[in-house]
Design a protein around this ligand. Structure first.
Ligand code: NAI
Length: 449
């Protein structure tokens, strides 16, 4: 009998296996596709590896600005993609060795929930039965294919297929101006590809503070990305899209087409319906202990539909495991950072200005150019950046922080900690930051309140 069975070996699954193994539990983890899930194999890691090559290339082209002569700068797309594969392989091997270390049994096969007994659940995989006292569902999500005329799963590239292309196209049409669409727009634009982004809303990156989204869109526009806002894709003819918008119908052609209009959770085809697990409109319903409504069945990661981020999945997995072993732990969603890894990066945590208004919260806000941090000027010749902070009107508690500029992805956790620890601006004012760093911008903005 296993203490914990885990279906899905992505960030939620493998972290749960690791934590549970450390706690001495006997763990079995199943995956039908790959160790590491979407994040390691076809999401976070490969895209960030490619985006780093793109950033290096862009920086080399800008070398003169820093007194560095770079002549004949070019890139080898094949080598960029080979390196991406190498990085993925290395990290997947890392997960495999972690599983070994904690003696978690890894079954690379499709798992089926066979039966739920009063005190355990039977999982079938590879022709064998695995009785598990507890079950964690960590089956993740996959790209959603919208019901657009002429669009089929076979024809369109999603985040999965686009990572396997062998040659750069001359142009790309991207349906969806969300995080996936915009990160790929940034990558292809840096590599000299003509990029068209079609977003049906009036601004890209829904959910991100609107001021930041607009600033990023303007930056990408300056670099040559063409945005079609308020543009609903009605039909696809090969790689040509037919959009309807304020100016009527229009056809835009390109060499390839990427569909990035959101995700569909993976909750079907593995016997979940037999368990009686309840759903919300977004995904599997869990409480703040990551428990479903069925005793001993937990869920973590994208399949819960809450935040679709690898780091949320990590934390949900930890919470689930802690609660399984009887250590009370609670999942909180109000200080989860989010990053759009474009150049410049956009990083945020907590409430956006729009959310604060919508929720009727009495707040103060401040914005400050990143140029107030000397290190930003030293390393970002001719570039602008901005930080916005939202605080409670009465006590000055930090509610939200939003940054556009590099390397905001590496410092945003500081703001997440401030929110998590319920810090006020006057607490932040007392923190000593290393000088010179871009992170000093937190202290600078705290003094503007
Ligand atoms: P998304 O939900 O973020 O954005 C999809 C966009 O497509 C929306 O803006 C929507 O208005 C638009 N859209 C939908 N149908 C359309 C149509 N017919 N025509 C034009 N526009 C249309 O979804 P996305 O970008 O696919 O990302 C999925 C998830 O993956 C997100 O929840 C995100 O959090 C996660 N992710 C996170 C990353 C990060 O943290 N850096 C990177 C990549 C993905």
């Amino acid at each position: 009998m296993y203490d914990l069975g885990i279906i899905g070996a992505g960030p939620a699954g493998y972290v749960a296996a690791e934590r549970a193994g450390h706690k001495g539990m006997k763990v079995v983890i199943f995956d039908k596709r790959h160790l590491g899930g979407v994040c390691l194999n076809e999401g976070c890691i490969p895209t960030k590896t490619m985006l780093y090559s793109a950033k290096l290339y862009e920086n080399a082209l800008l070398g003169e600005k820093y007194g560095i002569s770079c002549t004949g700068v070019s890139f080898d797309f094949g080598k960029i993609m080979d390196r991406k594969d190498k990085v993925v392989k290395k990290l997947v091997a890392g997960v495999a060795s972690k599983m070994k270390l904690v003696k978690a049994e890894v079954i690379m096969a499709e798992a089926q929930i066979e039966e739920r007994k009063p005190d355990h659940i039977i999982i079938k995989a590879d022709g064998n039965s695995y009785p598990c006292k507890n079950l964690l569902i960590a089956t993740g999500s996959e790209a959603a294919i919208p019901p657009i005329k002429g669009l089929t799963k076979e024809k369109a590239y999603t985040n999965r297929e686009i990572l396997q292309i062998k040659e750069l196209p001359k142009s790309i049409n991207i349906i969806g101006g969300g995080v996936i669409g915009i990160e790929f727009a940034g990558f292809f634009n840096s590599m000299g590809v003509k990029v068209n982004v079609f977003e049906m809303l009036d601004e890209i990156l829904p959910g991100i503070d609107a001021e930041m989204s607009t600033l990023l869109r303007n930056e990408l526009k300056k670099k040559g990305v063409e945005f079609f806002l308020g543009a609903k894709v009605e039909e696809v003819k090969g790689n040509t899209v037919v959009i309807s918008g304020k100016e009527g119908q229009k056809e835009v052609s390109a060499d390839i087409l990427l569909v990035a209009v959101g995700r569909k959770i993976n909750s079907e085809g593995f016997g979940l319906e037999k368990t009686g697990v309840e759903f919300t409109p977004k995904g599997i319903k869990i409480d703040n202990h990551c428990r479903t409504n069925i005793p001993n069945i937990y869920a973590a990661g994208d399949v819960t539909g809450f935040s679709l981020l690898a780091h949320t999945a990590y934390r949900e997995a930890e919470v689930a495991v802690n609660n399984i072993v009887g250590e009370k732990d609670i999942m909180r969603y109000d200080a989860i950072p989010g990053v759009v890894y474009t150049n410049p990066e956009v990083s945020s945590v907590g409430l956006t200005e729009e959310e604060a208004v919508k929720q009727g919260i009495k707040f103060k806000k401040a914005t400050l150019p990143l140029a107030f941090a000397g290190r930003f000027i030293a390393e970002n010749e001719g570039k602008n950046g901005l930080i916005k902070m939202i605080t409670g009107e009465k006590y000055g508690e930090i509610l939200g922080v939003h940054i556009i500029g590099n390397p905001s992805s590496e410092i945003i956790y500081g703001a997440a900690m401030a929110i998590e620890m319920q810090m006020r601006v006057k607490d932040l004012q007392q923190v000593v930051f290393p000088h010179p760093t871009v992170s000093e911008i937190f202290k600078e903005i705290a003094f503007t309140f």
